[in-house]
Design a protein around this ligand. Sequence first.
Ligand code: ADP
Length: 548
Amino acid sequence: MLGGSSQNARIKRILDQDSVILIHGVLTGIFLLEVVLFSAYESITELLIILLGSALWVTVGGIRYYNALSVNKYPALYLTIYHVVFGLFFALYESAYSPYLLIWLVVGYLTHHFYGIRGLIITSGVTALVLLNQAFRSLPSDTNFGEYLRFIGVQMLIFGTISLFFSITGKLNSQDRKILAASVNKAQIERQRITSLINSMGDGVISTDEQGIIKLYNAAALNILDTNARIEEMNVSDVMNIIDKSAKVVNIISEASKRNINIVSTEYLMVYPDGEKINLYLNISPIKLSFQQNSEKGYIISFRDITHEKSLEEERNEFISVVSHELRTPIAITEANISNAQFLAEKGNNPGAIRTSLEAAHKQALFLANMINDLSTLSRAERGKLDMKTESIDPREIMKSLVEDYTKEAATKGLEFSTSIAGDVPESINSNRLYVREILQNFITNSIKYTKEGGVSVVLKGRQDGVEFSVKDTGIGISKSDQKRVFDKFFRSEDFRTRESSGTGLGLYVTKKLMRLINAEISLKSKLNEGSVFTVFIPDLTKDTNRQ
Ligand code: ADP
């Protein structure tokens, strides 16, 4: 994922690792070369000590190499160890003419790196002491003092010149490093700024190279891809399975490379390993870093899940087409009947036929009024909870008003309308009066509409945290297959008895929407030719805070 990796630390680490290889590698090399090529040991014990020493030295080097104990953190400790080890090594083991004396240059470089020119002077001092010691040890005893000095002088001259060279280039390097560090620092801040900007975006963002290998990505990308694995260095087509509308797999990188311009699409789908699909908004932009021919190229892919928007859009389109279709027929019938009535009226001799035409038109007008009513309730329900007010309602009072409203209507069809209250019904519950009434009205009007004999009864029961209303009828009943669809929009049963009475097929769909707004639960039990029971549980919303 996107994160700032410290360039400065990397430079330091490389320097540290190089010096480890040089110092530890060279000294181990000396030992092993001398031991293997020149058999420079006097007994097996001495050989073992030399080999053990080398192994120890390599181990220390290894620990340092892997940064467990960085020389950058403890420079004084390491440099003291190096001075002591090399000092002893040359003083006790090597001759004055040893070419390995050059290892002091590496130590000099290191002290200069950490302590500047003062560090170099200290190392030079230690080197001079070592040389002096070696001169005394290895030159023939009759050599005079002048020769000693000349010998040391020559060696110090060589060492000094090279050290000076190191020092000067080191100083230049250190200036370069300071400039580099400053610009690295600036770049790091920029990078962090961009990193947090991209990571805080809601859209998934993936940056790839020209072949589609992922180089960077943000947290949202992982969210949408539904993974928490590292996807760096993977091919984007392995982590995003994109298909088009005809289910053909699309390689977005090759699409983008063909067109070489921004691709923006809302037509693609992404398929998850378990087969689930989501609609994607996808934007692929080629990266043009500069106009140089061989600058790095690649793509920035940004994407988001638009399944919800897509389904809303599809639902809206379908709804408009269905509603306009449903409205067309009654309007056509109304129009035909009215023009027929007009025609008859012009002739002026058939009042009975005019009346029939007008009655038919009136019926359709009532149907249209019903449908518009349902549609407006639906749009209110669609507007959601924002508009919903809860209030204290008395369930018994609702039952009373139902009796007032429906006894007469049922009686005109020769049906009995009864209500009863069972169990412990609370005095009041908190919900939305209008919605509760509308739900019950829909059930009762349907029951009256689809019942020819018998009656309709409403039972009110108290339940934990709410009340339950059951509307039972002895009507035509609903077949098992229709039971699954009665709450769908514009669904009307194919049963001819249903078609005898007019209806929009929106009542129960609206009921379902309203029910969601007040967290009500509906269940339906029905048997064809025997009757139906619609039961709704209305929760007390004061006790139902976690469900709101
Ligand atoms: P409609 O305007 O057609 O009544 P609804 O959405 O209210 O629309 O009901 C959808 C369908 O469910 C009805 O057309 C009918 O087939 C069936 N239905 C609903 N309630 C009953 C019932 N009490 N008895 C039998 N069928 C019913």
